[in-house]
Design a protein around this ligand. Structure first.
Ligand code: NAP
Length: 253
């Protein structure tokens, strides 16, 4: 969906996986894109790939759960590209374990990246959106928000992001800012490859088994999520806010 070329989007965790696909899609839609990732080299490489295809992007390293790093990375994007009025909170980690084996560090780090990270990023960027009277926030939730064995930390964070999204929609709506969440099902990325490895299964077998349980009989690709982000941040989606869209190849996890 083509945008005014002056609009600037930030995508966190966009050095690879779903975030990188979202960054590519938004660059194709005409956004200048700030690619923020823990892996600074990965962020810069993703930005260079977009630039070599004719798009505009910069890569910045940060940990989204660190307030000073968030402030500084958002300021860098604003200085180099302009006011960021689109934010995609995509950075994420898993630290799966059954409750009785889950460490406090596993709990804190997952909630820190997903919840604290999305809070800090939204707080740092909302001022640009409210000043412009226009903005779009999209948070990456998950079908795991409905509960998933071995993911007490992750499912809590992803369910929390749904409440966060609805509250942002209520608070920021009068400034022309929408907030929505996308809850992906199984998407083929390094994250699901790591789950297969943890379960001792070849990734291809893991994907085939997962596809059997999905109504459209395939697992998702990062572009499946990027396409929905593209719609949610478009001008035409201005009356869609506070929603959670499950993008899972069927109605349930
Ligand atoms: P991924 O391939 O593991 O990519 C996650 C990215 O986030 C990585 O580039 C990672 O950086 C970055 N990141 C991690 N911690 C960070 C931090 N503290 N600050 C900044 N960046 C950080 O994962 P993905 O599958 O693309 O997932 C993207 C989002 O979709 C996540 O929020 C995930 O929970 C959600 N999701 C995924 C699936 C799925 O099936 N894949 C399903 C539902 C929801 P490094 O490269 O340095 O690690």
């Amino acid at each position: 969906m083509t945008q005014s070329p002056s609009r600037v989007a930030i995508v966190t965790g966009a050095g690879r996986g779903i975030g990188a696909a979202i960054a590519r899609k938004l660059a194709g839609d005409g956004f200048a894109v700030g690619i923020l990732d823990l892996d600074e080299a990965g962020a810069k490489a993703a930005a260079e790939a977009i630039a070599s295809g004719g798009g505009t992007a910069i890569g910045v390293g940060l940990d989204v759960s660190d307030a000073d790093q968030v402030e500084s990375a958002v300021a860098t994007v604003a200085e180099q590209l302009g006011a960021p009025t689109v934010l995609i909170n995509n950075a994420g980690i898993t630290r799966d374990n059954l409750l009785f084996k889950m460490s406090e560090t596993d709990w804190d780090s997952v909630l820190g990246v997903h919840l604290r990270g999305s809070f800090l990023m939204s707080k740092a960027t909302q001022k640009y959106m409210t000043e412009q009277g226009w903005g779009r926030i999209v948070n990456l939730s998950s079908t795991s928000a409905l509960g998933n064995r071995g993911q007490a930390n992750y499912s809590t964070a992803k369910a929390g992001l749904q409440g966060f999204t609805k509250t942002l929609a209520i608070e920021l709506g009068k400034f022309g800012v929408t907030a929505n969440a996308i809850a992906p099902g199984f998407i083929a990325t390094d994250m699901t490859a790591a789950t297969a490895e943890r379960l001792g299964m070849p990734f291809e077998d893991f994907k085939k088994a997962a596809a059997q349980e999905i109504p459209v009989r395939r697992v998702g690709e990062p572009e499946d999520i990027a396409n929905v982000v593209s719609f949610l941040v478009s001008e035409g989606a201005g009356f869609v806010s506070g929603q959670v869209i499950y993008v899972a190849g069927g109605p349930k996890a």
